[in-house]
Design a protein around this ligand. Sequence first.
Ligand code: SF4
Ligand code: SF4
Length: 107
Amino acid sequence: MSIKINETVCNGCGGAEESFCVRVCPGDLLKLSAGGKAAIRDPRDCWDCAACVKACPRQAIEMYLPAQIGGRGATLKAKTGRDKIIWTLKHPEGREEVFEIEAEKVI
Ligand code: SF4
Ligand code: SF4
């Protein structure tokens, strides 16, 4: 699996020196393209840790899920707040399921 980045939604973190997703990826897999959008160097190196998915303030990054979980092409995205993460699982046919996970401190 890997991630997919919505280039229409990504704003490159507004020109910040280092964007949130680039900063958190433990494998240094993400970069900003010449157009100022996030891009993954090689999707095959991604191990689906979801750090970038949680870190993006614009929910521009989704993670593909194994077919056994949501069906082939299902994705997961996150909206991270101060004390909870709202996960949205999107099934291939468009149906969405929302899970809210509370945490002491998630960011
Ligand atoms: S954190 Fe989100 S908005 Fe910022 S560069 Fe990455 S994908 Fe784009
Ligand atoms: S899911 Fe994890 S390993 Fe994959 S690109 Fe995002 S931060 Fe990097």
